[in-house]
Design a protein around this ligand. Structure first.
Ligand SMILES: Cc1cc2nc3c(=O)[nH]c(=O)nc-3n(C[C@H](O)[C@H](O)[C@H](O)COP(=O)(O)OP(=O)(O)OC[C@H]3O[C@@H](n4cnc5c(N)ncnc54)[C@H](O)[C@@H]3O)c2cc1C
Length: 406
């Protein structure tokens, strides 16, 4: 019987891992199945642009994996049972083969992350978000309806809660793409507190230029249908509240009995293998991986790449009886778009603190756009540049790889 590798999620991490495993392992010994809820590769990095009303061309996963031998199962993962080594799926598509279970020998968990309400009442009921495509499209519809609001020249009021990278990108994109709206950005502390002084001032100028109202030192305690309530007792009127203040991981990992952190990320070793379940790997936002600086890697596209690469290398090494090589796990910095013509590239040091220098303006916007294109190209060409020779499995893969490590 072939070794069954099941990859959960075909985002930046899962699509990379699946494609590269297919390239490196012999199909005579292995079968690789990818389970994803949506038929397209979702360019999550651009969901705020989609919500703003821009057209984002979607890549079909069937095309991405064509010719790789990977089986694509369009279904929603509902549970993982590590004792029986099966994944429960609910069908997302009439042609997907029905609800059921998929058995695995090696599992790669890469289901990404989603919005977290951080315990704030009303977020789930009333707030919009941009962490998934359906949600971004719902928000876009709402913005369309606000654009047509007749308020004697005053556009609809959009409150973006959270001045992390997603909040900053979302507020600036909306203000630039939809100048008729009145956009406010709510920051719990000083705006862009984690940026260098120069980048902070650049961000402030960009917000001024785009007409964004910045509300600093403001903590939102509740979201209601037409306003948010703040800790200092003020109520801010809002036609669309966009929650960008927190991300959490799908609760499936925790419910499966895997060792996870408080926010549901799977605790992995330096080969991205679950510390509690040795035939399960995690990559991307779902993985709690410690970087070379001793700190957890941030949820990011760069971390999806490095954790995905490491998981792939470790799986291939263990299955084929080769030495496991561990590679660099670092996080060089943040690339923040401020609309389509401005941006900030902020490098960070080994302690994850902003370095004094930053790149801003059109140059930063161009670099960011290049990064997005390269990431997408990498996903669409999963097998590019890798050796064509496919490895056969070792008879006792785990034993020989561990021996080589010792
Ligand atoms: C608006 C926005 C802008 C961002 N900008 C940046 C940026 O500029 N730079 C940066 O580094 N990071 C950015 N990020 C973060 C980045 O998108 C994530 O860190 C990255 O996508 C993580 O990759 P992943 O593979 O772990 O998850 P994802 O890319 O989210 O992929 C997860 C996949 O799993 C699928 N899935 C989820 N649940 C299920 C289920 N139950 N069953 C089946 N399939 C499922 C999803 O459909 C998806 O295909 C941004 C995020 C957002 C929301």
């Amino acid at each position: 019987m072939k070794h069954r590798i099941v990859v959960l999620g075909a985002g930046y991490a899962g699509a990379y891992v699946a494609g590269n495993l297919a390239r490196r392992l012999s199909p005579a010994d292995t079968e690789i199945t990818v389970v994803n809820a949506e038929p397209d590769f979702v360019e999550r990095l651009r969901l705020h642009q989609l919500a703003a009303g821009q057209e984002i061309e979607a890549q079909k996963l069937a095309d991405v994996f064509a010719g790789t031998g990977i089986r694509l199962r369009l279904a929603r993962v509902t549970a993982v049972d590590p004792e029986r080594q099966v994944v429960a799926v609910a069908v997302a598509d009439a042609d997907g083969g029905g609800d059921g279970e998929l058995g695995y020998d090696t599992l790669v968990y890469a289901l990404g992350s989603h919005v977290a309400d951080c315990g704030v009442p009303g977020v789930a009921e009333y707030a919009f978000h941009v962490t998934a495509r359906p949600a971004a499209l719902r928000l876009r519809e709402r913005l369309n309806s606000l654009d047509s609001l007749d308020r004697r020249g005053e556009g609809g009021r959009v409150l973006v809660v959270g001045d992390g990278l997603t909040g900053i990108e979302t507020a600036t994109e909306f203000a630039e793409s939809r100048p008729g709206l009145s956009v406010a950005l709510i920051a719990r502390g000083e705006l862009g507190a984690r940026l260098s002084a120069g980048a902070r001032s650049h961000l402030r100028q960009a917000c001024d230029r785009l007409g964004i109202t910045v509300l600093e030192h403001t903590s939102v305690e509740a979201v209601q249908a037409t306003r948010v309530l703040c800790a200092d007792g003020t109520a801010l009127a809002s036609d669309a509240t966009v929650w960008t203040a927190g991300f959490a991981v799908n609760p499936i990992a925790a419910a499966s009995g895997l060792e996870v952190t408080e926010n549901g990320q799977i605790v992995v070793d330096d080969t991205m293998r679950s510390v509690s379940h040795p035939n399960i790997y995690a990559a991307g936002d779902s993985a709690y991986a410690i970087g070379d600086n001793g700190r957890p890697l941030p949820m990011s596209c760069a971390s999806a790449g490095s954790t995905g690469r490491q998981a792939t290398d470790a799986i291939v090494a263990r299955l084929t009886g080769r030495k496991i090589v561990t590679s660099k796990l670092d996080y060089p910095g943040n690339h923040i778009s401020l609309g389509r013509r401005d941006g900030i590239l902020q490098m960070v040091d080994d302690e994850a603190q902003a370095k004094p220098k930053y790149v801003g303006g059109r140059k930063a916007a161009r670099i960011k756009s290049g990064i997005l294109q390269i990431s997408l190209w990498g996903i669409s060409h999963p097998t590019f540049g890798l050796p064509k020779r496919k490895r056969r499995l070792a008879t006792a893969p785990d034993a020989s790889a561990e021996k080589a490590l010792a």
